[in-house]
Design a protein around this ligand. Structure first.
Ligand SMILES: *Cc1c(COP(=O)(O)O)cnc(C)c1O
Length: 243
């Protein structure tokens, strides 16, 4: 088991390096965010043994459950899934970064909670780049005003943009989503915002995301193996939960 996780991790690192070379990019410019959702503290501890210290989770309840038994590991928890406003307090308390900031109401709630905690948080704005009704994310035309508004919240350090591509086997359609995010970022930078991070690409599509400028790729299955729950559990609009 230990060896399997190590082998998977090393293969993903090699594949990311290869994708960087193909794109003419410096591999140092692309970080891997291991996505540990559904996997328990033992598996994550094993990954810590491989030198990983930053993990993405789709549900804040899982961060809450795992952070305590792993408190000795110095993990930075990154929330990457849809966050209900009434759970902003948990992210303010437990997460080091939120990549799924997608609406003004959530920003206001987070700022209030972070002030109470005396903390600040790195955030990425999740943008909807796919023309699908079922994906979370801020509509692209609302991004300029939202970025301006985030300037009012000193507790939120806006570091960049995040997206999830279309769920399709058509690589050009997927790549189009990544390209759209990069272009939105470039336009926002022209308007005066500092947005170094582009979080895009998952196990099935990260080489395309790297080709379009990703600075971090969120990789679950390719590192940890298949998940016990179907994706519909994490993207509920696509189907029913298993419990
Ligand atoms: C689960 C998840 C990932 C990783 O998905 P894999 O296909 O397993 O690599 C990336 N981003 C988000 C938002 C996720 O929920």
């Amino acid at each position: 088991m230990s060896e399997t996780l190590r082998q998977r991790w090393e293969r993903v690192c090699q594949q990311v390096d290869a994708a960087c070379r193909d794109a003419g990019r410096d591999p140092g410019g692309v970080r891997i965010l291991p996505v540990s959702k559904t996997f328990g503290p033992e598996v994550i501890r094993e990954a810590v043994g491989l030198g990983l210290h930053r993990f993405g989770e789709n549900k804040v309840q899982e961060i809450r459950e795992k952070s305590e038994p792993l408190a000795d590991c110095g993990i930075n928890w990154v929330m990457i899934g849809h966050l209900q406003t009434n759970k902003a307090n948990l992210v303010a308390r437990l997460a080091d970064e939120l990549q799924s900031l997608d609406r003004p109401k959530l920003a206001a709630a987070l700022d209030r909670r972070l002030q109470q905690e005396g903390r600040s948080l790195d955030v990425l704005v999740q943008v909807k780049t796919a023309d699908e009704p079922s994906k979370y994310g801020l509509p692209p035309d609302q991004l300029p005003a939202f970025l301006d508004q985030l300037g009012d919240y000193p507790t939120l350090r806006v570091r960049g943009l995040m997206t999830m591509a279309l769920h399709t086997t058509d690589p050009e359609a997927v790549r189009g989503c990544f390209r759209r995010l990069r272009e939105l970022r470039d336009r926002a930078v022209d308007a005066g915002h500092a947005l170094p991070e582009l979080s895009m690409g998952m196990s099935g599509d990260f080489p395309l995301a790297i080709a379009e400028g990703a600075t971090q790729v969120r990789i679950g299955t390719a590192i940890f193996g298949p998940r016990p729950y179907p994706d519909s559990y994490y993207w509920p609009e696509g189907g029913g939960a298993p419990r």
